[in-house]
Ligand binder design. Structure first.
Ligand code: SF4
Ligand code: SF4
Length: 453
């Protein structure tokens, strides 16, 4: 139980209204509390003597305190948040590798940033990847691999070679092993899916379809211009049972977003509603290669509303959707010391956007030392940016995509959650993604109903 008379309101409270009820969401704790107007006033009148003088009951104060809405007067939340960030970045017990066994791709997507490289891993590079992994596994208790490309299924033999060695060494060292794959799905035959899931410990598959057939086939064709929609959908239907999770991503821009609900209907008709997770992602013009499609890209503020609309539509149809907010320690592979992206040349980078871009590499599996670019990534600090330091969204944003800050100043880094937090929280409540909305207000109503009985 807390001491009275020594509290202040958390810096990270966000008040919002939904269906005539009032809520306080605390971004620092990811806690949501239904409150009455009186409690909101209490929180914001909160001063040193507040608890002593207020009429707020001890039980209410306790709920506010337990949920981080009020905190000890002496608490430095920003300092604690920095520690959370440092721990997430520099004290991780797992090694995460994103490996692109080939940079080749069988598709010719109009927004792809990777170009048409022809490189695949040689035996020498694969052995060096394994050696690199061994060195970096020291003191770790898990190894997580993401197979990425190009199209990784063009290099099944390389995935198989490396996976077998990784699984074996993890067994020997008593280390947990897990793997997933990001594949366009065209080559995800029953045979490949069985090898991946039954022999190579690949549990999760992320696949991209950009909408109904005519839209997808206009954007994501084979190199010979042939459409890919039917084959990918067939492969999902045939193999969804083998993976623990199939995550379907829809890349949206101004050309296709309106048709996403129609696409969800197609998935529903095929019986996939309760078998896959879906999410929409904004097409980004990160590199010269895809700056050509910049005119179709959605502005972040516009994307927020569209994302919300499409997420609602998916949730109403019964799909499993990803609903943020979530708390961040580190942001992604790029700002975490023990996460690396290794491309088919053996070049190591920190960010998925840097795949195949030699000027952004931090080293090579063929060399022992990492270069200064590694230091540049590791010394990146979102807390040095004034706008982030004072931002209420920091615990659920952590400064956004570091690549945007370090390499592409034109990109705005605020996560879309900034533009739609109350709406996302409402969606989370409606579809039961919060296990419980801790409710001071609800508790009061219940109590008064009990008294009336
Ligand atoms: S830095 Fe940005 S683009 Fe790179 S992996 Fe992280 S979130 Fe993705
Ligand atoms: S990037 Fe934007 S939303 Fe995120 S912490 Fe910084 S200012 Fe806040």
């Amino acid at each position: 139980m807390m001491q009275s008379g020594s509290f202040k309101a958390s810096k990270y409270n966000i008040i919002f209204e939904n269906e005539n009820r009032h809520y306080i969401y605390n971004t620092f704790r990811d806690s949501l509390l239904e409150v009455d107007q009186e409690t909101i006033a209490f929180v914001y009148d909160c001063s040193k003597d507040w608890c002593r003088n207020s009429e707020c009951s001890e039980a209410v104060i306790d709920v506010l305190f337990q949920n981080g809405i009020i905190v000890d007067e002496s608490k430095d939340e920003l300092a604690e948040l920095k520690v959370r960030n440092r721990l997430g970045r520099f004290y991780v017990n797992s090694l995460s590798l994103t490996i692109t066994p080939t940079l080749m791709c069988n598709f010719n997507c109009d927004y792809c940033f990777e170009g048409s490289a022809k490189t695949s891993m040689t035996q020498r590079i694969m052995d060096a990847v394994y050696d690199f992994t061994l060195v970096h596994l020291k003191d770790k208790n898990s190894l997580g691999i993401t197979w990425y490309g190009g199209e990784p299924l063009l290099a099944m033999n390389k995935i198989s070679y490396l996976s077998t060695k990784f699984i074996r060494i993890c067994e020997t060292m008593g280390i947990k092993y897990s793997a997933d794959i990001i594949s366009n799905g065209y080559l995800m035959s029953r045979r490949n899916a069985k090898i991946l899931t039954e022999q190579l410990a690949v549990d999760n598959w992320q696949v991209t379809i950009d909408g109904i057939r005519e839209i997808h086939d206009a954007r994501r064709t084979l190199r010979n211009g042939k459409g890919t929609f039917d084959r990918i959908l067939k492969n999902i239907l045939e193999n969804v049972d083998l993976f623990q999770r199939v995550f379907l991503r829809v890349n949206i821009d101004s050309r296709n977003w309106e048709k996403v609900p129609d696409f969800l209907d197609v998935l529903d008709e095929k019986g996939l509603t309760d078998k896959i997770s879906v999410s929409v992602t904004k097409v980004e013009p990160f590199t010269e290669i895809c700056h050509e499609i910049e005119k179709f890209c959605l502005r972040k503020e516009d994307f927020a509303g569209i994302f919300l609309k499409l997420s609602k539509s998916a949730a109403e149809k019964g799909f499993d959707i990803t609903i943020n907010p979530k708390l961040y320690g580190n942001y992604c592979t790029a700002d975490c010391m023990d996460s690396f992206v290794i491309d088919a040349n053996g070049d190591i980078s920190k960010c998925w956007n840097s795949v195949g871009r030699r000027q952004e590499r931090i080293g090579s599996v063929l060399q022992k030392e990492k270069n200064d670019t590694y230091i540049r990534w590791l010394s990146y600090d979102p807390f040095e940016r004034e706008k982030c330091k004072g931002c209420k969204f920091m615990p659920i944003c952590m400064g956004g995509c570091p690549y945007s800050v370090l390499y592409d100043n034109s990109q705005e880094t605020c996560q879309q959650i900034r533009y739609m937090l109350p709406e996302m929280l409402s969606l989370k409540m409606k579809y039961g993604f919060f296990e419980e909305v801790i409710s001071d207000e609800g508790r009061r109503r219940k109590k008064s109903a009990e008294c009336d009985e």
